[in-house]
Design a protein around this ligand. Sequence first.
Ligand SMILES: Cc1cc2nc3c(=O)[nH]c(=O)nc-3n(C[C@H](O)[C@H](O)[C@H](O)COP(=O)(O)OP(=O)(O)OC[C@H]3O[C@@H](n4cnc5c(N)ncnc54)[C@H](O)[C@@H]3O)c2cc1C
Length: 109
Amino acid sequence: MKSNYEFDFLIIGGGIIGLALAFNLATYFPDKRICIIEKESDLGVHASGRNSGVIHSGIYYKKGSLKSIFSKEGNKFFRDFCIKNNIRIRSQGKLIVANNEKELEGLFF
Ligand SMILES: Cc1cc2nc3c(=O)[nH]c(=O)nc-3n(C[C@H](O)[C@H](O)[C@H](O)COP(=O)(O)OP(=O)(O)OC[C@H]3O[C@@H](n4cnc5c(N)ncnc54)[C@H](O)[C@@H]3O)c2cc1C
């Protein structure tokens, strides 16, 4: 039996990264004890709670790069997660205009 202060995982920082990590650890290891240490009085009050709220598509990253692939997959994953968990998301799209033929190539990925 573990004391109140014994944990299997200790996460420092309760922003989106720390919370996502905790969520996944709890999913994969339901019997493990997880502790999140947050220096503020609430969670997500720094970058995670004050960003622009954009779900990036990855279009600005080099085609086929890990960043681009990760953004694309993350975009879909995040949308599915919101829908599954009744979190409101607004899909308003984005209009990107190519200035020339070369730029046009980058818009299809
Ligand atoms: C202006 C701005 C706009 C952005 N817009 C977007 C966007 O539109 N879309 C997008 O996807 N991303 C955006 N980002 C990026 C995104 O917000 C960050 O990448 C993401 O929130 C980082 O999450 P994090 O958990 O690493 O950091 P944070 O959310 O900053 O969390 C770190 C946490 O750790 C805590 N902490 C720090 N030190 C300690 C300590 N010693 N002990 C205990 N706790 C500690 C902090 O209090 C904080 O709560 C934006 C970022 C900024 C700054």
